[in-house]
Design a protein around this ligand. Structure first.
Ligand SMILES: Nc1ncnc2c1ncn2[C@@H]1O[C@H](COP(=O)(O)OP(=O)(O)OP(=O)(O)O)[C@@H](O)[C@H]1O
Ligand SMILES: [Mg+2]
Length: 240
């Protein structure tokens, strides 16, 4: 079932068509995330990036095509089953539980008996969380909530992390912190798929890049190729 090329692909989409109800948003998408690499998924607002990430993690089911993790078709698996296979989705607008404390949020995804390790790892990633353990997550600042959301993902030791707009609405200094955290996670061997409004930063971190517009991939290549391509100016040039 797996061949030599597929062994290096942590997650792939084959012919994915997906949307909401009967409305098609993304059409016939092929995309590969190589193990241990960073891939940027870029494109204008409404292009379908978040829809594609939701299809990867199982929050929505595709109308056709398949989602593969390590060469295995997971298209019919629920989000928690995909998470167990090492896929982590940090959704747009922060995937945390606002009424629970920071500590409870960190503990929630830990395996039984590993809650204190999860808390330690979360604090190691973002020390500010250590000062806020008993605070309700929803009462923290936007930047702190985003750090918690990243820390929760990190404590699960995922193989593939989908980061949807991780820097949206954050102060520049917090954006720096988020990007250096992501660089560290990538250096430690996780594969990242980054959707971000900061195109230059995303491309600086990424080796591969895809550009989507109106539900279709209009560029697939290396991040260096994208920076030289006329696709960059056409679809991304005005972002920064
Ligand atoms: N829950 C939903 N129900 C119906 N349509 C939706 C839903 N969520 C998104 N859409 C539509 O799907 C299209 C693509 O949205 P999506 O959120 O995937 O875009 P995006 O590329 O992530 O955009 P942005 O950069 O603004 O986050 C848009 O036209 C949007 O209105
Ligand atoms: Mg989006």
């Amino acid at each position: 079932m797996t061949n030599t090329t597929e062994t290096t692909i942590a997650l792939s989409l084959k012919g994915i068509t997906s949307g909401y109800g009967t409305t098609t948003i993304v059409r016939d998408i092929d995309l590969n995330i190589e193990a241990g690499s960073v891939t940027a998924l870029l494109g204008p607002n409404g292009a379908g990036k978040s829809t594609l990430l939701k299809t990867m993690s199982g929050l929505i089911r595709p109308m056709s095509g398949s989602v593969m993790i390590d060469g295995h078709d997971v298209s019919s698996l629920a989000p928690n089953k995909r998470a167990n296979l090492g896929l982590c989705h940090i959704p747009e607008g922060r995937g945390i539980f606002p009424s629970m404390t920071v500590k409870e949020n960190l503990e929630l995804q830990a395996k039984p008996g590993e809650q204190s390790i999860a808390i330690e790892k979360g604090i190691a990633a973002f020390p500010i969380l250590g000062e806020r353990l008993m605070q309700r997550a929803g009462t923290m600042s936007g930047g702190q909530q985003q750090m918690l959301s990243m820390a929760r993902a990190y404590t699960q030791n995922p193989r593939v992390i989908l980061v949807d707009e991780g820097s949206l609405g954050l102060a520049p200094i917090v954006v720096d912190e988020i990007f250096s955290f992501l660089a560290g996670v990538a250096a430690a061997g996780a594969a990242l798929l980054i959707v971000d409004q900061f195109v230059a930063r995303a491309l600086a971190l990424a080796t591969s890049a895809y550009v989507m517009t109106r539900g279709e991939i209009v560029f697939a290549g290396t991040s260096a190729e994208l920076q030289r391509s006329d696709v960059f100016e056409r679809y991304l040039g005005t972002h920064e």
